[in-house]
Design a binder for this molecule. Sequence first.
Ligand code: PLP
Length: 443
Amino acid sequence: MNDKLAGLSQTQLDAHWMPYTGNRQFKRDPRMITAADGCYFTSADGRQIFDGLSGLWTCGAGHNRKEIAKAINQQLETLDFAPSFQFGHPGSFKLAERITRLMPEGLNRVFFTNSGSEAVETSLKIARAYWRKRGLASKTKLIGRSKGYHGVNFGGVSVGGIGANRAIYGPALSTAHLPHTLLPENRFSRGQPEYGAHLAESLLEIIELHDASNIAAVIVEPMAGSAGILPPPEGYLQRLRDICEQHQILLIFDEVITAFGRLGTATGAELFGVVPDIINIAKQLTNGVIPMGATVVQQTIYETFMQQGGADYQLELPHGYTYSAHPVACAAALATLELLERDNLFKHSAELAYLLEEYIHQLSNLPLVYDIRNCGLAAALTIERAPGEPLLHPFRIALKMWEKGFYVRYSGDTIQLGMPFITRREEIDGLVNALAESVLEVA
Ligand code: PLP
């Protein structure tokens, strides 16, 4: 028996259509994970694999945290489910208030979802409905950004800017896109590039073309993650904020990756000093243990819906999910936020970020490495394309890493890193050394 299969039959392997995965390759050569603890996964063939991406940017506090497991178990034994529509349970209100303490001032109303994608859809729907409630129903167009990632549902794909995620799905919502901020002049810059704030001016061109009276919102990741760690140029986000303000356009920050410590702060808004109207969160909110996301809005937005809501038993927003604010997810999130605070993990993350920056830029002279970027405890390498097979090199590098005992993400032409906030210095060193070897082996 091939122990890489964890005892699964071929029929079982075939039955699962895996997300964002080359299914045929995976099923030929599975990378099966059977356990996790701290910063390590256990693979089906019994190896310890360092988790170089905190799961999927989810598990910053490390795996198998007893505090979270205990809270989940207690919740399960007390209240396993409560209807999310028209009835409530205390956990969601406690959690909502706890979240608002970590958000920029004014963002203090929380709508719960089950994923980042759902948080994105929620924010886009709220933005459109908000203007309608304000008597400005023509403000419907949504502005995204090239290389942006906002999940997989139709709204998110429409504002998203990664071509491969859009190409095969046919017409999307009415959108326009800002240019991305990945400038060749900024190759190998550390943290936020100094140059590039002028790219925000493109929003003025979009406004000129479509007119602000037709535009509901601009959505950007303060630091674009999925396209390969694109920190915002200095001054860029503030300029977007100012233009949105001047033209009555809502600014949405998609902080599904950046919220709760990845940048060493509670949010990207905090780190970059720019306050949007809406923030989307997910992933680190429950340390990845239970699916959960949320859309956090400025109180003024919430108040508009309340004031325009009709009789008080009527729905102000006909929107929500069966599992919105699931009691078990709320328990997991409350325990996670408690743990992040108790163990000072935002600070740990910020301290490790300096080390990651120092180590990762040592790879700049390697063959195949076209660019290196970092921001907070996140970094990415852009890898030169193999002739005719643009995505092959990153895939091969990531497989080499897996063989060497490291999990990193390969996506498009990038390799992405985002280790847990509890990583030790030697582990970052080890990962970066293994990455250097892997790149050299593939080159
Ligand atoms: N938005 C951003 C910025 C993300 O990075 C992601 C996922 O990586 C999403 C939305 C989608 O989240 P989910 O996969 O939980 O639906």
